[in-house]
Write a protein that binds this ligand. Structure first.
Ligand SMILES: [Zn+2]
Length: 566
């Protein structure tokens, strides 16, 4: 490119008008797209939610969108033209709250129950893993499933796990409240009585007083229990990270905002850092940091962030501030003490002074005022409006809360928690309250920035199409419709949450999240049309071709031959 320009200029000055034409021709050639997609149904997710036929890509960015004829005209001799044969293209999906770094680390060494329709199927995955993994390897299901997804509508028994994998220790976790272990797993962890179980947990007993192999307890107990399990080796973590990102690409995801969280220490970031150093990232990751030690969080965070300015990194891996468990005392605590709040205030005020973004986990509207009061106090001293702080979860956000968030410039990351937890929520809060959970249409009207996502992989599936279908039908995995029409977005709005909406949380809405000229060419060609597929089939959608920055990172079916050897 540089050489062409220099030669052209030189020719211009010495030879004159005739050469200018050559120069312009050379420039046009140099600017021809690398790739042109034609004959598609391209959902641009621009301001008008317009649909286009074709799109041209050059140097990782979208050069233009338009009709197939227009885009073909731009193509040069070396442009690759891909005929979409009428298929639907969406901007690459972005999960605004996915514990991707943690899920990735163990993806190659865990057993995955995501989407298993029956317990028999799930147990079959344990059986298969026992055959394919190293002899005697731990078989760990770290979450991502619930009882209602199984036709049998129940948890596994210890005997079933032993039958599935007689020669491996097996550990199966359900959310953050229950786990079951086989006898060899209990033995390996030296657990034989309640005294051996982390504080707050206990061994479950059957009617006859015999241990069932299960451990139940609070979140702290289950997190501590999980930390006792052997960790994958570093090479396994790197392998898992590449495989997990590819799995996300298969489902049309090209970006995540990682909120840090439980069971994630600084050393756990090393696998994704290695993949980034090697230039092998296929999902853009905006990551956050947590404090680790109760009471010592401020010192830890200051130390971690000392040489890490907000936004440090590049478009594949970028530091995005603090989250989602800033202090242990404020984590999942609806009744923090004044001291807890003061400690939290000191940290987030410091974060505001440093220009750091921040995301905070909060469950219920009833107690979120305590968090918002702190944010408002900080905002009076150091304006936070431009920092894109956010609150995750908050499924029952009231209009008053959403208005306070809007006034502060605080965004809301919304997950499909009710897909697994809807029945429980109805029992606890009643069917009427459940009709407005989560109130995304009210949030949109008030003007709160909203991102889509899942909170995978412990408490949810990472499948974005499961989440998109849930946005639209409000149904739990058990098939119970709990949300009313008033808070149900249409297909365009739901897709917007999962693309442009999510991109806001890492300051990327001008770079990605929609398919418009000048933006990064992150996109997915879908197996079915998201806009017209039967509602109850949306969860079956997959990508047939996923691009990140114009590079093909996943290709299947009719496009399989386009995949570059990995
Ligand atoms: Zn959370």
């Amino acid at each position: 490119m540089k050489r062409v320009v220099t030669a052209g200029l030189k020719a211009c000055t010495t030879v004159g008008v005739a050469t200018v034409v050559v120069f312009c021709g050379a420039t046009a050639f140099a600017q021809a797209p690398d790739t042109v997609l034609v004959n598609g149904r391209i959902l641009t997710v621009d301001a008008q939610f317009s649909t286009r036929e074709a799109l041209a890509i050059r140097d990782g960015k979208i050069l233009a969108v338009g009709s197939s004829a227009e885009m073909r005209k731009l193509a040069g001799a070396r442009s690759r033209v891909i005929d979409l044969q009428g298929r639907t293209v969406i901007p690459g999906l972005i999960d605004s709250h996915l514990h991707a770094i943690r899920a990735a680390e163990t993806f190659a060494t865990e057993v995955n129950w995501i989407g298993a329709p029956t317990l028999a199927d799930a147990l079959g995955r344990i059986r298969d893993a026992a055959r394919t993994m190293k002899p005697g390897a731990w078989l760990i299901v770290a979450g991502g499933w619930n009882v209602q997804q199984f036709k049998e509508n129940r948890r596994p028994t210890q005997a079933e796990l032993v039958t599935a994998a007689p020669n491996n220790p097996v550990y199966v976790q359900l959310g953050y409240g229950w786990a079951i272990l086989t006898p060899s797993a209990l033995k390996a962890l030296n657990i034989s009585s309640d005294a051996d179980v982390p504080a707050g947990g206990r061994l479950e007993k059957d009617a006859g007083g015999r241990p069932t192999g299960a451990i139940s307890g609070g979140q702290g107990a289950i997190i501590a229990l999980f930390d006792k399990l052997p960790k994958p080796t570093f090479d396994e973590q790197v392998d898992g990270t590449k495989k997990f990102f590819r799995e996300l690409n298969r489902l049309g995801l090209t970006g995540v905002v990682d909120p840090g969280g439980n069971n994630l220490a600084p050393e756990d970031y090393q696998a994704v850092f290695k993949v980034w150093r090697e230039g092998q990232m296929t999902v853009r990751v905006a990551y956050t940091l947590c404090g680790q030690t109760p009471g010592a969080e401020f010192a830890e965070i200051r130390n971690l962030v000392a040489l890490m300015p907000q936004g440090f990194g590049d478009d594949m891996l970028r530091f995005n501030g603090l989250g989602e468990r800033i202090t242990a005392a404020m984590n999942n605590n609806p009744r923090p003490t004044d001291a807890d709040k003061e400690q939290y205030y000191e940290i987030v005020k410091w974060a505001a002074q440093r220009g750091l973004s921040l995301t905070m986990h909060w469950n219920n509207d009833a107690s979120v005022g305590q968090l918002l009061s702190i944010f408002e106090r900080v905002n009076r001293e150091v304006p936070i409006g431009g920092l894109r702080w956010s609150i995750a979860h908050l499924n029952d956000a009231s209009p008053a809360t959403l208005a306070r968030m809007k006034a502060l410039g605080v965004g809301w990351t919304v997950q499909d928690a009710m897909y697994f937890g809807g029945e429980g929520y109805v029992q606890q809060a009643g069917a009427e309250a459940a009709r407005r959970v989560p109130p995304v249409n009210t949030g949109t009207k008030i003007g709160v920035p909203i991102g889509g996502g899942t909170d995978a992989h412990r408490v949810a599936s990472y499948n974005p199409f499961t989440s998109l279908q849930w946005f639209l039908d409000g149904k739990t995995v058990g098939g119970v419709a709990i949300r009313g029409a008033e808070e149900t977005p249409d297909r365009a709005a739901a897709l917007r949450f999962y693309t442009l909406g999510s991109s806001w949380f890492s300051f990327d809405e001008k770079k990605r999240g929609s398919l418009e000229a000048g933006k990064l060419a992150d996109l997915a060609v879908l197996s079915q049309d998201y806009m017209t597929a039967p509602l109850d089939q949306i969860h079956n959608t997959e990508s047939l071709l996923t691009m990140v920055g114009g590079r093909i990172v996943y290709a299947a079916g009719p496009f399989q031959s386009l995949e570059v050897a990995r």
